[in-house]
Design a protein around this ligand. Structure first.
Ligand code: NAD
Ligand code: UGA
Length: 459
């Protein structure tokens, strides 16, 4: 099948590359010339495990091309995925101007029937606007359908998630569009491919498929759009909820890890997204919860709960800052080490990373910051030029008055804690991700503060 994907960011690039991997002819489009230049040379512009290998393999096999020319890509494809950004406006509403711009260009290029698919996360009813935009710019007056196919991949495990989804949701206005969408996803629905963790690459399953088929859920367009906002907001709510319970645990002398396990083993609750910490970040949860709130308000419903989810997330960051003050007393002129800058492990994405808020607050109060992250330092340098970036975690810990753990990279679980101890000015670790066992940290001689766990290992 011939497919084009417009927008080659975290979602568009993964979508395009994975569709090529399962055998489709894919053209990826972006209006950023530097990005397209890199992609043509098999240079992956983002850090996403396994993506570079698939890019090279599929470009060499002739199934994957890159261009800045939307018109040419659209002319040469049956299904057109729009995967451009939908960032928040100052009001919190989603900025849909990139979607509109692309819809216009697509409409002008279409010379026969096309399914135009919203892959980007958009508020409910965006499909109606996209359809109207295409209708007004439909130069060749061709038949078309606008479909919604929200993406549920997570950064850091994007290929695995795309190739092995729990479900694929397609909102369609016609059977023809539903059939084309099913055809596009057929090998994924049938679980013909899997992501091999060991080699970090996708493999075709020999013989029997890998597990039961992925659910292919067909809905109307509005419902598909809403499923995405409702899913992300629900997951964000789960995180805010567990963080609130963690704060309560501290007051009640209970342990959040045990509470979360006891809750999560109830299959109706589920064990995922119950890790307490410093709140959710990233390019999606913060913006999608607020966009969901804004669209609900526009449609006449005050979805108050969503505001609470965001408020709790902000409070969680401030509570963490207070924990730092509780052990350092005065922040001015203290040197603070930070391990982990990206909003979660296995990505270089710094969008809405909790580290930015926390570090900026400490800088405002006169602290000096030494930081280390395995993959996000190049991007972090542009956002926070006034901190010291270190080549490894031990350098970041050298001579600091306290060490903060802000992202739970695997590398940090394997730290030589005795060596860290030797580097520190004071043996203080404030762990925003509950990475270590408080008892063990106490035995090692640390003053170790974490989230929602009573065992404070004060010296
Ligand atoms: P991104 O910013 O990484 O990528 C967007 C890309 O679109 C950029 O490369 C940009 O240059 C390109 N672009 C913008 N205007 C264009 C135009 N007119 N023509 C061609 N290209 C254009 O964004 P992202 O993180 O990939 O997110 C894209 C959408 O997918 C958002 O709506 C987001 O909410 C949603 N989403 C993201 C994730 C994720 O993990 N990042 C997961 C699911 C859904
Ligand atoms: C999230 C969703 O999980 C995806 O399904 C969705 O497609 C995507 O948003 C999107 O729409 O962009 P992502 O943001 O990549 O994916 O990462 P998550 O693993 O969901 O983590 C988001 C944030 O929540 C991170 O800051 C993480 O540290 C935090 N988190 C997550 C917790 O604090 N506790 C948890 O238990 C889980």
């Amino acid at each position: 099948m011939k497919i084009s994907v417009i927008g080659t960011g975290y979602v568009g690039l993964v979508t395009g590359v994975c569709f090529a991997e399962i055998g489709h002819d894919v053209v990826c489009v972006d209006n950023n010339p530097e990005k397209i230049r890199k992609l043509k040379e098999d240079i992956c512009p983002i850090y996403e495990p396994g993506l570079d290998v698939l890019m090279k393999r599929n470009r060499e096999a002739g199934r994957l091309q890159y261009t800045m020319d939307i018109g040419a890509a659209v002319k040469n494809s049956q299904v057109v995925f729009i995967a451009v950004g939908t960032p928040p406006k100052a009001t919190g509403e989603a900025d849909l101007s990139y979607i509109e711009a692309v819809a216009k260009e697509v409409a002008q290029a279409m010379d026969s029937y096309r399914v135009v698919v919203e892959k980007s996360t958009v508020p409910v009813k965006t499909g109606e606007w996209v359809r109207r935009t295409i209708r007004f710019n439909n130069k060749h007056d061709v038949e078309f359908d606008v479909s919604s196919n929200p993406e549920f991949l997570r950064e850091g495990s994007a290929i695995l998630d795309f190739m092995n989804p729990d479900r694929i949701v397609v909102g369609v206005p016609s059977q023809k569009a539903a059939d084309l969408m099913r055809e596009a996803y057929k090998p994924i629905i049938d679980r013909e491919y899997y992501f091999d963790e060991e080699t970090q690459t996708v493999k075709k399953a020999e013989g029997t498929p890998q597990g039961p088929k992925a659910k292919f859920i067909v809905t109307d367009v509005n419902s598909a759009e809403l499923i995405k906002h409702a899913s992300n907001s629900f997951l964000a709510m789960k995180i805010s909820y567990i963080n609130a319970v963690a704060n309560f645990c501290e007051l009640a002398g209970a342990n959040i890890e045990e509470v979360a396990e006891g809750m999560g083993t109830d299959s109706r609750i589920g064990e995922q997204f119950l890790r307490a910490g410093i709140g959710f970040g990233g390019s999606c949860f913060p913006k999608d919860v607020v966009a969901f709130y804004e669209i609900s308000k526009q449609l006449g419903y005050d979805f108050e709960l969503l505001k609470q989810v965001l408020d709790l997330n902000q409070i969680q960051r401030d509570i963490y800052l207070q924990k730092i003050k509780n052990v350092l007393w005065i922040i001015k002129d203290k040197t603070i080490g930070v391990l982990g800058l990206s909003f979660k492990p296995n990505t270089d994405d710094m969008r809405e990373a909790p580290s930015i808020y926390i570090i900026n607050k400490l800088l405002e109060e006169g602290a000096k910051i030494k930081a280390y992250d395995p993959k996000a330092m190049d991007i972090a340098r542009e956002i926070m030029p006034n901190i010291q970036y270190c080549d490894d975690p031990y350098v970041a810990a050298e001579g600091v008055d306290a060490l903060l753990l802000l992202t739970e990279w695997d590398e940090f679980y394997n730290l030589d804690l005795n060596k860290i101890m030797d580097q520190l000015n004071y043996p203080i670790i404030i762990d925003g991700r509950n990475m270590f066992d408080p008892k063990k940290m106490k035995e090692l001689g640390f003053e170790y503060i974490s989230i929602g766990r009573p065992e404070k290992s004060e010296k």
